[in-house]
Write a protein of this length. Structure first.
Length: 326
């Protein structure tokens, strides 16, 4: 179905080349006319009544570049790739063969190994403030250097006005008359050299209530333990090796425990009748034995090296031998 164009008589704007017109098809100049491609393109443009301004608006190329292309002033155009692009846009707008136009351009102006030229119309501008900053820095550095050199020169040339005062040592007349020398009595030592009082750590010499520990121990009643016959082992002896002064022997079967003051367990065992435990002979060792004769709690038995206190009257459970030594 044909497209209804109504009253439209032309599909191209005024000034553009219409390839369907008879005039353009039979009488238009070709790309081979003229002495170069620029002249051929200009002839075709003028034949179709297209101005440079119309061509510049359609191709978005500067009018000065289009005029330079028609006159083949290639030095006024950017680099060669841009010039070829302008040729393609020019030929495409006029309805010409793009490849043929490029081929004519290359034949008229063959490519030489030339470097890319800088874009036309671009100016290299520098910030003037940068030059001022550099000059100021150089001047400040030079001034500081000159000032430093001048100060050093002045310091080296300046004479020294320092005069050392002459001091005279007074002469003490000799008092040696050849007779005996009188020696005075002893002088007491200065306060700093006297022996300070012994330091007493708070809480070490008292029991917290202000009383002296040694005084309390001296005043405490001491019960002497009667010594009997020599100890005769009736079973295995545990604990320390021979030579320990304290030996605990079980009269009946029972559990025997030895614990330290911090609660650590040194020895725990069920002692059979006749078995014994030899307490280690360590300096400052304290042994405490608690037991319940006939279901009642008895006082503790302590061994501190000099006295045994709290010995119960009923010796049916344990036998204690303690050869005390001072």
């Amino acid at each position: 179905m044909a497209l209804d164009t109504g009253g439209v008589t032309s599909l191209y704007r005024t000034g553009e080349y219409d390839p369907s017109s008879d005039t353009g098809r039979h009488e238009a100049p070709t790309l081979q006319d003229g002495h170069d491609l620029g002249a051929a393109l200009k002839a075709i443009r003028l034949f179709h009544g297209v101005t440079l301004q119309d061509l510049a608006d359609a191709t978005r190329i500067r009018q000065t570049y289009l005029a330079a292309l028609e006159d083949m002033r290639l030095d006024e155009l950017p680099s060669r790739p841009f010039a070829i692009g302008y040729v393609k846009a020019y030929a495409r707008h006029l309805g010409l063969d793009v490849e043929q136009a490029v081929e004519r351009f290359r034949s008229d102006h063959p490519e030489h190994d030339e470097g890319l030229r800088a874009p036309i119309g671009v100016r290299k501008e520098r910030d003037p403030r940068l030059a001022l900053v550099v000059i100021a820095v150089v001047l400040i550095g030079a001034a500081f250097l000159l000032w430093n050199v001048a100060q050093r020169a002045i310091a080296q040339k300046a004479p020294s006005h320092a005069v050392v005062a002459e001091t005279q040592i007074p002469v003490i007349p000799s008092t040696d008359t050849g007779g005996p020398i009188q020696v005075g009595g002893a002088i007491p030592p200065p306060v700093e050299s006297t022996t300070p009082d012994a330091y007493v750590t708070p809480g070490m010499s008292t029991n917290g209530d202000g009383s002296d520990t040694a005084a309390k121990l001296a005043e405490a009643p001491v019960l002497s333990m009667p010594l009997g016959a020599a100890f005769k082992p009736e079973g295995q002896i545990y604990g320390a090796p021979s030579g320990s002064p304290v030996i605990i022997k079980a009269r009946r079967n029972g559990v025997f425990e030895v614990k330290g003051p911090d609660g650590s367990n040194y020895f725990t065992r069920v002692l059979q009748q006749g078995e014994a435990y030899r307490v280690p002979a360590l300096k400052g060792l304290t042994v405490t034995v608690k037991f319940s004769p006939l279901g009642s709690t008895a006082p503790a038995i302590r061994s501190g090296g000099r006295a045994m206190t709290g010995i119960p009257d009923d010796p049916r459970f344990i036998s204690l031998r303690c050869p005390l030594k001072k």
